[in-house]
Design a protein around this ligand. Sequence first.
Ligand code: PBG
Length: 330
Amino acid sequence: MAKTQQIPVPWRRPRRLRGSETIRSMVRETVLTPADFIYPLFVTEHEGVRKEISSMPGQYQLSLDYFVEELHAAAALGIKSCILFGIPKHKDPDGQVSLQANGIVQKAIAAAKNAVPGMLVMTDVCMCEYTDHGHCGPVVAGDVDNDTTLSLIAAQAVSHAKAGADLVAPSGMMDGMVGAIRSALDGEGFEKLPIMSYAVKYASSFYGPFREAAESAPQFGDRRSYQMDAANSREAMIEAALDVDEGADILMVKPAMAFMDIIAKVKDNFDLPVASYNVSGEYSMVKAAAAKGWIDEESTMMEILTGLKRAGSDMILTYFAKDAARVLGG
Ligand code: PBG
């Protein structure tokens, strides 16, 4: 006669701590708050505009008046920080309009600080929204010229600082960009202004919807000669280390969801705060699948944001900022 197999009774039972929402909330390791979010906003120089971006439902190109309204709405939900992207009326090969004191971002900074003084106003520092070819700096022999771009983005950062920005965030992946901006800011008396570097930014298909939003799609070629190859992890450590040496105050990893290993690695290897950018395509995928009834939008959104924080993000740039703050009871 066959012996009855004795199934051992488990002594350790992790399920004991999952029995109710109360106990789950007591052992929860990662808790989101609205203060974790940085809300990206697209400000257009055209007037009377509140145009929904078709590939990013719920996100808009906003003229200054509507932009201010949106800031009030975000602040009312407990959001404490935003990052601005400008959409100018006119573009040129060098993106000169991005340096003007009365440029759209410069005006938006002033309007924001005036309307919601407590809001931390960050600006994206890059040329791609202002060049007629859509690349992140002047193109020489078919490629973005690194060192000419440095002086342009340094001047752009200074003009944002003069307009009242609280922090500048260079996103162009030019070699030496953080150092160039740091010394330009210091030279103009802005030594206290922090720099959040898009330190580890990959060439990514997830930026597609953003380029519609910011009208910044490259008119030829792609960004692979300056943004990183998605296959590389060790190279991310070089990029982050350079930016630390050049004076970055916060390191960003972008995109976020397909790069959580990189977020964790940057967090483990450097002692600066880490930001991650939950980019446009990551937002659009959730919106599109939810619209089809394939996933639950709210719980998916919260799972993604919690995951990004768990992976090591001290702050998250996300188009979900308002929606998530609402869920969190803001
Ligand atoms: C500008 C910039 C981009 C994004 C942020 N800053 C676009 C790009 O590099 O092509 C993407 C943000 C998003 O997809 O949400 N250089």
